[in-house]
Design a protein around this ligand. Structure first.
Ligand code: SAJ
Length: 413
């Protein structure tokens, strides 16, 4: 039942921590990535992504020889696919990386192997993966035809870890395991049991795919509700933070927090997979996406209104990351807002982002200056809180008293 050799395809934000954690259980892990630079970095015991403590774990398992990276797949007992699933034009999911992974591992597949899709995927993607594998290896049997007695077991086990807490959540979280047959699920549970302390709950592949999309859509819809409340509250001259705090005193109400929009690579993407599958039916899910995507423009209009009161306004934007206490600027509504303000030439722009050494090229070119919080408080007329980083939450709020403050995260109290 045990696994001696596991291969992880895709060594990004999910694949690399997964590979390292599996390797830390004494299993030989071969990580595969198309990016030669990432492969070299990992083989030197270093990491190419930012995640707390991951460098220590990777260095450890590379040193013991349990983790090794390569660009070419090799035989293993289990293959865990953790590649991106972006969307194409029109918000339709793009499965090209899953297809490429299937084609890459197919030649080395052997009877008895387990293939797991970890990437967040639209419903039906695991079946498609099995189809691509079958096409490439007609000599082997797959669960879509042979069920429990198939040569190759295929399952979907979506990752559910929170960036910043990946190493803890990889081990502690429950896992939804959706096999294409009972035997597929059971074999996948065997693998996850080697490193997961949470419960491994079995379902079918389609339900597992939908479960992951549902989790992130639930959050998106709830945040959209909070963002809508924030706009309504502004109009009605109510403090939305106080409002939500009061409503959440009810034992069955739990409203999330409004913000400048929803960023990251998951919550702003995954709901579209449901909308793409069921465009007529997924009305609330679609509207939530539109509401959250609209929020940065609302914030920009608030800033423009405030800037109109000054001849040559100095605007300090606090935070660029997509959420608190991380350095990830990709898909960030905060960054989007600063970029748009620069393009509109609303005023002199200062940016405070304690988690990055230098600003993105685009902002530098647009004349945005990176400053400390102290300098921002000294120079700016308008302060826009875009991210609730711990440094901003801890700042003495009396320093903001003489400024026009637009607080999209509710840190001002
Ligand atoms: N946000 C708000 N208000 C809130 C909570 C979040 O505006 O009350 C914003 C954040 O500022 C950020 C965005 O939403 O811009 C997303 O942040 P997040 O912390 O909610 O989620 P992610 O994208 O970092 O990670 C999510 C997680 N999913 C859930 O919590 C249901 C994580 O567990 C998933 O593994 C991850 O997506 C993923 O990979 O799908």
């Amino acid at each position: 039942m045990s696994f001696k050799k596991v291969s992880v395809i895709g060594l990004g934000y999910i694949g690399l921590p997964t590979a390292a954690v599996v390797a830390s259980r004494g299993i030989e892990v071969v990580g595969v990535d198309v990016n030669q630079a990432a492969v070299d970095t990992i083989n030197q015991g270093n990491i190419h992504i930012v995640e707390p403590d991951l460098d220590i774990v990777v260095r450890g398992v590379v040193t013991t020889g349990n983790l090794r990276a390569t660009t070419t797949p090799e035989p293993a007992e289990a293959f865990m696919i953790a590649v991106p699933t972006p969307f194409k034009e029109g918000n339709a999911p793009d499965l090209k990386y899953i297809e490429a992974a299937a084609k890459a591992i197919a030649p080395v597949l052997e009877k008895g192997n387990l293939v797991i899709l970890e990437s967040t995927s639209p419903v039906g993607a695991t079946e498609k993966l099995a189809g691509w594998l079958k096409e490439a290896r007609p000599d082997l049997s797959f669960p879509q035809d042979a069920g429990d007695i198939a040569d190759i077991k295929v399952a979907h086990c979506p990752e559910r870890v929170l960036p910043g807490y990946v190493l803890q959540e990889l081990v502690a979280n429950d896992r939804v395991i959706g096999g294409m047959s009972k035997a597929c699920s059971e074999r996948a549970v065997d693998l996850y049991k080697t490193f997961v302390r949470g419960e491994c709950i079995i379902t079918n592949a389609r339900t597992a795919e939908m479960a992951k999309l549902t989790e992130n859509s639930f959050r998106d819809v709830n945040i959209a509700f909070a963002n809508e409340l924030s706009v309504i509250s502004d109009k009605l001259k109510i403090n939305v933070w106080e409002l939500i705090k009061l409503a959440n005193r009810h034992p069955r109400v739990n409203i999330l927090s409004p913000g400048p929009g929803v960023g990251g690579h998951c919550i702003a993407v995954d709901p579209w997979f449901i909308v793409d599958s069921c465009p007529e039916e997924a009305k609330i899910i679609r509207q939530a996406r539109l509401t959250n995507d609209e929020k940065p423009y609302y914030v920009i209009s608030q800033i423009e209104k405030a800037a109109d009161e000054f001849k040559r306004p100095v605007i300090a934007c606090l935070g660029l990351a997509f959420k608190a206490d991380i350095d990830d600027l990709r898909e960030s509504p905060a960054l989007q807002i600063v970029e748009e303000l620069a393009a509109k030439n609303v005023g002199q722009l200062l940016a405070v982002e304690p988690n990055v050494h230098s600003l993105p090229e685009k902002l530098i070119k647009a004349g945005v200056e990176q400053v400390t919080l102290e300098t921002a408080l000294e120079k700016a007329n308008i302060i826009v809180v875009l991210v609730d980083h711990k440094q901003f939450k801890a700042a003495d709020k009396t320093q903001f008293a003489t400024k026009v403050v637009i607080d999209t995260r509710g840190i001002m109290g």
